[in-house]
Ligand binder design. Structure first.
Ligand code: AHG
Ligand code: MN
Ligand code: MN
Length: 328
């Protein structure tokens, strides 16, 4: 489609390819688009609006909660709970699943999200993001239940993120389809098609990992990262916001690593809100996502807030990392 096509039109044309579609899914994505614009607006003026800094609380993961984390979480709930398109939501910032309140209709989807990714970068004006994924409800009782959320990532109907960077962009994919990127034109408040059918290079020149953790990494991870040093053209790039590190590597080629280590055997990133959505995006762009030992999209979660080691990016780079873990 033509560059500059609105996201709304793009979604409508996609929907027409599925004559049986109810439209609920397109509408849900449209709601998420609005949420992206609202959070983008708050992020852009955060320094003025006194919403920088900590709330003084810690979340279910034991991490300090930023005011913007809370604002972003509340924004998603407010604009999605009443629409009748989802039955329940789960977020990195909420301990339990959030049922659509009484009085609102309940839909056939559930939404999982990381309202603000890259919390440590909020106060210093570095790119942050929002990650989301949609699953079809499995249970058929009056309310959704935990089982609706504990589905492997390959069951995601849709996954995407919004990056609040030098411009705001929304990138999304649906199952077995392409990955498309839209840039927010702030003068008209619309996301416009800027990156259609993104393909990640098979091999990249970038590796991204928090090397301060290297002393605690396993032997294979250490060997892999060492092997990249001094390679012609290779660079290290690490923002500390998964959305930003992922987005750069998606466009330029590269590998992002957040392995398990001696202190945290499952690493840091969360399967439902971070690893699985990014895994579907990268696979649909021709890349790969694994723990180093198994495909992320095949992992059946056992807990909402489960963490998982993550190696994600260019297919050949992830394969080389997996080979290193096997001792090759
Ligand atoms: P969140 O802000 O949602 O808690 O996620 C932060 C994550 C992720 O965005 C990033 O890749 C990673 O934490 C960085 O971790 P380190 O600071 O340990 O490198
Ligand atoms: Mn995050
Ligand atoms: Mn977060």
């Amino acid at each position: 489609m033509e560059i500059g096509t609105t996201l709304t039109r793009f979604l409508l044309e996609e929907e027409r390819k599925h004559p049986g579609a109810s439209g609920a899914f397109t509408e849900l994505l449209t709601d998420i688009t609005l949420v992206g614009k609202l959070i983008s607006r708050e992020v852009n003026k955060a320094g003025l609006a006194k919403i920088l800094g900590l709330t003084g609380e810690t979340n279910v993961q034991g991490e300090a909660v930023q005011k913007l984390d809370e604002m972003a979480n509340a924004t998603v709930l407010k604009h999605v709970e009443h629409t009748g398109r989802v039955a329940a939501l789960a977020s990195e910032e909420m301990e339990k699943i959030y049922h659509v309140p009484e009085g609102y209709p309940r839909g056939n989807y559930v939404l999982v999200f990381d309202p603000l990714d890259g919390s440590s970068n909020i106060d210093v004006n570095v790119a942050i993001g929002t990650i989301f994924a949609v699953y079809r409800r499995k249970s058929d009782g009056p309310s959704a239940d935990l089982a609706d959320f504990l589905q492997p990532g390959r069951e995601q109907v849709c996954a995407g993120y919004v990056i609040y960077g030098s411009s705001t962009m929304l990138v999304y994919t649906t199952r077995n389809a392409g990955v498309h990127g839209f840039t927010l034109d702030p003068t008209v408040g619309e996301f416009l098609l800027s990156h259609e059918n993104i393909r990640i290079p098979a091999k990249g020149k970038i590796y991204s990992a928090n090397e301060a953790n290297a002393p605690n990494w396993d032997e294979g991870t250490r060997r892999y990262v060492e092997s990249r040093k001094g390679e012609k053209g290779t660079s290290a790039r690490y923002v500390g916001t998964l959305v930003a590190d992922f987005h750069r590597n998606l466009l330029k080629g590269g590998i992002f690593l957040y392995p398990g280590d001696r202190k945290n055997p499952s690493g840091k990133l969360r399967l439902l809100y971070e690893a699985s959505p990014m895994a579907m995006i990268v696979e649909n762009a021709g890349g790969r996502a694994s723990t180093g030992r198994e495909r992320i999209l095949d992992i059946v979660p056992t807990e909402l807030h489960q963490r998982v080691p993550l190696a994600i990016g260019s297919a050949e780079d992830v394969a080389a990392y997996e080979a290193c873990l096997k001792g090759q």
